[in-house]
Design a protein around this ligand. Structure first.
Ligand code: DC
Length: 220
């Protein structure tokens, strides 16, 4: 099969990362997590303490920031100016900041260039919120993964418990609902399924079932 670009979009907790990683492994494709890139910028912004409302300060920061990554078997490692931030970008404060900065045009434009460059050679599976609609509207295959809010909150709860974090189900549900609302209603490249995306409701499916479903659709 010729190498193609596979776009995977969907809301937080729909299972995009784990599923995209497994599909990438099966196809020997490069897996790219664009949420991690937004998180990396949020990390730098939090460290630098600049005023993000000041256009010039923000532009300067972007001009002086280098985001890079290494995609390996099971991890997507992210670096800011050469230093690894893979684990640090997963905190709740970064998640909150990321949501905020993902609405800024300069940030989106900067990352869009990096993301498109990554697709030049094809053979990638890229996940995010706007991959099928804005980053690669010409992607050969697009999937939009979704699940009920209840189910997505349950999955997040289990993940955080595994990492020994003290969490409350109601709080997780509220945080996801808040993020959904922001991601879907922002004016710049909001989260939505591309017209030609294949929709998969993962609520009652296991990871393996979703991966198999995607691999089957790719064969067609
Ligand atoms: O996938 P994630 O939870 O790591 O993404 C973090 C945030 O980044 C999410 O709230 C929205 C934003 N994001 C985006 O706006 N566009 C993307 N392509 C990927 C993520």
């Amino acid at each position: 099969m010729d190498k193609i670009i596979i776009a995977i979009d969907g809301p937080a907790g729909a299972g995009k990362s784990e599923i995209a990683k497994r599909v990438a492994r099966g196809l020997k494709y490069e897996y790219i997590d664009t949420g991690a890139m937004y998180r990396a910028i949020a990390w730098k912004l939090l460290k630098s303490k600049i005023n993000i409302e000041d256009d010039e300060e923000l532009q300067q920061l972007i001009d002086n920031t280098e985001i890079s990554w290494q995609s390996q078997e099971n991890v997507f490692r992210v670096f800011v100016d050469g230093g690894e931030v893979t684990d640090e970008i997963r905190t709740q404060s970064i998640t909150k900041k990321t949501n905020e900065i993902s609405m800024i045009q300069k940030v989106r434009e900067y990352l869009l260039i990096l993301q498109r460059k990554a697709g030049v050679e094809k053979g990638i599976i890229m996940e995010g919120r706007d991959i099928g609609t804005a980053v690669f509207p010409q992607a050969e295959k697009k999937f939009y993964l979704d699940a009920t809010l209840e189910e997505r909150a349950k999955r997040r709860y289990r993940d955080l418990k595994k990492q020994d974090q003290t969490v409350k189900m109601e709080k997780i549900k509220e945080a996801i609902r808040f993020r959904d609302e922001k991601d879907k209603n922002r004016s710049l490249n909001p989260l939505k399924a591309a017209r030609d995306a294949i929709l998969i409701d993962t609520t009652n499916l296991s990871l393996e079932e979703v991966v198999q479903c995607i691999l089957d659709k790719l064969k067609k």
